[in-house]
Design a protein around this ligand. Structure first.
Ligand code: PMP
Length: 358
């Protein structure tokens, strides 16, 4: 098709590709790292008690109930918390606010594939730093001149966790830029670097309710950092849209945070299922990283990831596969319930057993 003249002025981007959300329900969905367990019963109660007539009103722009609950949980002041509509919204706002240098921002070559999309849409220069052969971060790579740093810990889609010492080493070497640690998966066996925000005013830690709090559909994310960072973030947010988080998300989010016992129990279950599934995958000939997240990043010794992906899909089992450099033979498998993992392992056993015989 001919390009029209006005198209020369369009902000053109290649958008992020989210994991498939199948339209039918009778599938085993292990492709977007959702939690297989329901949110806390306190969330259910809040939902039942919600007066729908309140929907006439605009929501609290400061999400006070949610921010208060988070401040109490993490032992920080409310002025050290920024909330957004999922951590995607929080990270996007943080890119726009803090990555304004003409020097490139750094993130790993194998990481959350949304980072380059935000960099592109906001015209932020970036340089990917290669992980080593074990998918680990090489701290020295992050000590060159840069315009800011972001990576997830544990990393996604690898599940590999870096130590707080490694993270602190990188922050210390970068006092003049903002370092963002995306802790979407930290509750499944990682150690949060939130305490380091007291020591480093250039550290922003981002977390989400989508994974460990079973609330991906409610779209709640937050960042914790020095109050100066949070003020700058809010200034940008309130220059775009004041009313982002709906009241139900604010209330339900606050209730989820208050139920620490349920939260810990679900996380324990996911971790136990992950460890059991890893043992079973190993017996089937898979190799994988030592994941500290709610997914397993696995490769089979002889059968192509592409083949396994398609065969699983034929059996209505959805996992994630990328045709991207260094990871095209890997599958990212979300940890579901024990029952879902039984279905997965039975299917994999069959697919691998049949390989080459068809
Ligand atoms: N960071 C990482 C590393 C992720 O994998 C995801 C989930 N796709 C997110 C952030 C965003 O999650 P959400 O917007 O649901 O909070």
């Amino acid at each position: 098709m001919d390009e029209r003249l006005w198209e020369g002025n369009v902000r053109k981007v290649v958008p992020y590709t989210p994991g498939e959300q199948p339209k039918v329900l009778d599938v085993v969905k292990l492709n977007t790292n959702e939690n297989p367990y329901p949110p806390s019963p306190l969330v259910k109660k809040a939902l039942e008690e919600y007066d729908y007539n309140r929907m006439r009103l605009y929501p609290d722009t400061n999400s006070t109930v949610l921010v208060d609950a988070l401040a109490e949980k993490y032992g920080v002041s409310t002025s050290e918390i920024f909330v957004g509509v999922g951590s995607d919204d929080v990270i996007s706002m943080a890119f726009l606010t803090f990555f304004n240098s003409d020097k490139p921002i750094f993130f790993p070559d194998v990481t959350y594939s949304f980072y380059d999309v935000w960099a592109d849409v906001y015209k932020i220069p970036y340089e990917k730093q290669p992980l080593d052969d074990n998918y680990r971060i090489v701290p020295e790579d992050y000590k060159k001149k840069n315009g800011g740093i972001i990576f997830p810990n544990p990393n996604a889609p690898t599940g590999v966790l870096e130590s707080l010492e490694t993270i602190e080493d990188i922050i210390k070497a970068n006092p003049d830029v903002i370092v963002m640690i995306d802790e979407a998966y930290v509750d499944f066996g990682g150690e949060s670097c939130i305490p380091l925000t007291k020591k480093y005013d250039n550290l922003l830690v981002i977390q989400t309710f989508s994974k460990s709090r079973s609330m991906a559909g409610m779209r709640i994310g937050y960042a914790i950092g020095n109050e100066k960072l949070i003020k700058y973030l809010n200034d940008v947010k309130f220059s775009i849209n004041s009313y982002t988080m709906n009241p139900l998300s604010q209330i339900c989010g606050a209730m989820a945070v208050k139920d620490d016992e349920y939260f810990m129990e679900c996380n324990r279950k996911i971790i136990a299922t992950r460890e059991k599934t890893m043992e079973r995958l190993e017996k089937l000939g898979f190799i994988f990283t030592d994941s500290k997240s709610n997914f397993i990043f696995a490769e089979h010794k002889t059968v192509d990831a592409d083949h396994i992906f398609n065969e699983l899909k034929n059996r209505r089992i959805f996992v994630r596969h990328w045709n991207a450099p260094r990871i095209s033979n890997r599958l990212r498998i979300t940890v579901g319930t024990d029952g879902e993992m039984d279905i997965l392992i039975t299917a994999l056993d069959e697919i691998i057993g049949n390989y080459g015989k068809e």
